[in-house]
Write a protein that binds this ligand. Structure first.
Ligand SMILES: [Zn+2]
Ligand SMILES: [Zn+2]
Length: 342
């Protein structure tokens, strides 16, 4: 089968043997696999687990995916051939203290599909642990492939304890920002405001239900005061990875505000002023992956409370992976989620 493999230096499409499902595993014929900033981080040599030597190579990339069950291994009851499925990224050992407490995303032995020590889904077939695989019958396969980033938005809202009383700021209008904003809306947030440099992304955020969409430039502080009637935000979810956006979050939340950081790609050229974090008792909350929120997210997507379709901007055959990666790396604001179709 064809698989997009990273060997520590280069990415290339290789012909490798199709895997067989062992006990507790499911073999999936991949329908679509999304390209994420994390994939770009890996192939450009910036991913922490690769820099530290914890992530082994070669690896097949691809942690955002949907596919049809081709075959199941021994002991797998809830999945049958032909079912449309997707699956979780972070998979713990199930034995250690963190796993026993439910924090399997933080397991010291964690494998992350297509990221750390587990082959991903940018391939014709993908092997996944059945216990981390979900039936998504009824969803279009391309929209289903964007469930993973939607779960990250839902998990960020959970970790940020978003309630109907809260004004929520989302910094960044990429696919994660658009999905996190919809998740905050689905949590009943009082107000959802998205910031971005791109007019195209701001327009999309408004179309998808944000109460306001603000340019992240010098006018932001004033605009934020205006749209919140001077109250500012209870929760900020940082989805852009930029240091200046983190600075915006620190400035724009009210005292005791919660700032949630999604993803590990944050670059902080300008460190946030500790004075405000301490002086206003701000809480900075890191989130890794999206444990425990998959069934809930699938429900929200099924009900149309989170729309994943509008964040898909490109669909390319797996053979055109190079073009797709170039698109995602470009600064073109019309590029949101690019899907590879094996
Ligand atoms: Zn991702
Ligand atoms: Zn563990």
């Amino acid at each position: 089968m064809n698989a997009l493999r990273y060997d520590g230096h280069d990415l290339r499409l290789e012909d490798i043997p199709r895997p067989e499902p062992g006990p507790g595993e499911v073999l999936v014929q991949v329908q679509a696999a999304g390209i994420c900033r994390t994939d770009i981080e890996i192939v450009t040599g910036g991913h922490g687990d690769y820099v530290a030597g914890r992530a082994r190579v070669p690896i097949t990339l691809g942690h955002e995916w949907s596919g049809r069950v081709e075959a199941v291994g021994e002991g797998v009851e809830h999945l049958k051939p032909g079912m449309l499925v997707t699956g979780e990224t972070g998979i713990g050992c199930g034995q250690c203290e963190l796993c026993r407490r439910g924090h399997y995303n933080l397991c010291p032995q964690v494998t992350e599909t297509g990221i750390i020590n587990r082959d991903g889904a940018m391939a014709e077939y993908h092997l996944h642990p059945a216990g981390f695989t979900y039936d998504i019958a009824g969803l279009p396969f391309d929209q289903a492939a964007v469930l993973e980033p939607a779960t990250c938005g839902v998990y960020a809202c959970r970790q940020g304890r978003v309630t109907p009383a809260d004004r929520v700021l989302i910094t960044g209008g990429g696919s994660i920002g658009q999905l996190a904003a919809q998740a905050a809306r689905a949590f009943g947030a009082w107000q959802v405001v998205v910031t971005s440099h791109s007019r195209t992304k701001l327009e999309l955020a408004e179309k998808l239900g944000a109460d306001a969409a603000l340019q992240s430039d010098d006018s932001l502080l004033q605009a934020a005061r205006r749209v919140t009637q001077g109250e500012m935000f209870d929760v900020a979810i940082e989805c852009s990875g930029s240091g200046s956006a983190l600075g915006d979050c620190v400035q724009l939340v009210k005292p005791r505000g919660r700032i949630v950081l999604i993803g590990a790609a944050h670059r902080w050229p300008e460190a946030p002023p500790p004075g405000r974090i301490v002086g206003a008792e701000l809480q900075i909350i890191g989130v890794r992956g999206s444990p425990h929120v998959w069934p809930e997210t699938i429900e929200l997507v099924r009900k149309g409370k989170i729309k994943t379709g509008p964040v898909i901007s490109h669909r390319l055959p797996l053979a055109q992976w190079r073009q797709a990666f170039d698109l995602v790396q470009s600064n073109d604001p019309t590029v949101l989620k690019a899907l590879l179709l094996p």
